[in-house]
Design a protein around this ligand. Structure first.
Ligand SMILES: Cc1ncc(COP(=O)(O)O)c(C=O)c1O
Length: 362
């Protein structure tokens, strides 16, 4: 062990593992909820022409004004709301945590949920409490209200739809949570493009509600861009914690260009939504698998008891990379998550899955 690590690195950090991203070289990559499509060639040419005017010798526009205006239009951010941009929505979660951190300050999120809420709470030295979802992965409203009353969380994250379960929580129940919360509630709409449901229009109703989105799942994961919309007074506080120039010049130019042509991304996401339904039906027809409904661009499924790791390994041997979530005995036991890919990728995944025994004892 390096000198001083035990003395100086906080125990919470020492106990963490770095966020692991597997090498996907040569694999059909269905593990990270990416959009599998690029743009038509003429659009790529137009984008490259735009980049000619970018000056890399200068710092970026610190508030990314042009991009922020485009995002407001394309994402339907209400005029009365403030807007903050982040280097991915991960950075926005971090900004929120750093702004609110303090002794016994608490972050709450339903579980299973997005792992970065817990990790970032630890980075920021905050407490974290995961509230178990019900067996069908819906919110346990009484448990959430109990935690709110008892622990007064500084912020609650609700992924809408939820990752990794894929379902949308009940809208009325979310409103109850917002109304009962003394702190902030962040509705994380990372999968908004596939959900056809949103809290964005409801922002003016609540001064403790924030809506977070990302362009990652839309087809721009490589750019690292997220947005947070909500009451301007809150957004101004968060903006003080944002590092200057967090949205680099190439991201500003490229995201603005892509969103000006959002009909291309919209067509791709519509395609993915349709392919999700086909993949869902095809998965349901494989015996020995439980498939969970999805309003996102991925599907959670459970294989026979004790088969999860073998199914994951079997898929990998056939060059298909999905996400294995089910180590241990928790609610995600033997669960895997597959991202909706191109029709060819989905077929390759299904063919491989049919070859791998998914049933207990088979
Ligand atoms: C619910 C949820 N929120 C946020 C993110 C992070 O997105 P970004 O790429 O913008 O950091 C993810 C990524 O998987 C996610 O599932």
């Amino acid at each position: 062990m390096g000198r001083g690590i035990e003395r100086w690195v906080r125990p919470g950090i020492r106990q963490l593992s770095a966020y692991a991203v597997p090498d996907a070289t040569g694999l059909v990559k269905l593990d990270a909820m990416e959009n599998p499509y690029h743009w038509p060639e003429p659009l790529v040419e137009q984008w490259l022409a735009t980049l000619r005017d970018v000056h890399l010798n200068r710092y970026p526009d610190p508030s990314a004004r042009q991009l922020a205006d485009t995002l407001r239009k394309v994402m339907g951010v209400p005029d009365s709301a403030g807007l903050l941009l982040g280097n991915g929505s991960d950075e926005l979660i971090q900004i929120i945590a750093l702004t609110l951190a303090g002794p016994s300050r608490l972050i709450v999120a339903p579980e299973p949920g997005f792992v970065m809420y817990r990790m970032i709470a630890t980075f920021a030295g905050m407490e974290y409490l995961g509230v178990p979802l019900k067996e069908d992965f819906s919110l346990d409203l009484p448990a959430m209200l109990e935690v709110i009353g008892q622990h007064q969380p500084a912020v609650i994250f609700l992924a809408y739809p939820n990752n990794p379960t894929g379902n949308l929580f009940d809208e009325q129940e979310i409103c109850r949570i917002v109304e009962a919360s003394p702190g902030l509630v962040v509705v994380d709409e990372a999968y908004h493009a596939f959900a056809e449901a949103s809290f964005m229009e409801r922002l003016p109703e609540y001064d403790n509600l924030l809506v977070m989105r990302t362009v990652s799942k839309l087809g721009l994961a490589g750019l690292r861009l997220g947005l947070l919309a909500g009451a301007p007074a809150w957004i101004r506080e968060f903006d003080k914690v944002r590092l200057p120039y967090n949205i680099n010049t190439l991201t500003q130019a490229s995201a603005d260009f892509a969103l000006q042509h959002h009909e291309v991304l919209d067509a791709q996401t519509a395609r993915i939504r349709a392919d999700r339904e086909k993949l869902m039906n095809d998965l349901c027809s494989i015996s020995g698998i439980t498939v969970y409904p999805s309003r996102a661009n991925f599907i959670l499924f459970r294989v026979g008891r004790g088969r999860g790791q073998q199914v994951f390994d079997g898929l990998l041997e056939r060059r298909i990379l999905v996400k294995y979530l089910g180590a241990g005995q928790g609610v995600l036991r033997d669960c895997l998550r597959v991202t909706v890919g191109t029709p060819q990728e989905n077929r390759a995944f299904l063919d491989a899955l049919e070859e791998v025994a998914v049933k207990t004892g088979s």
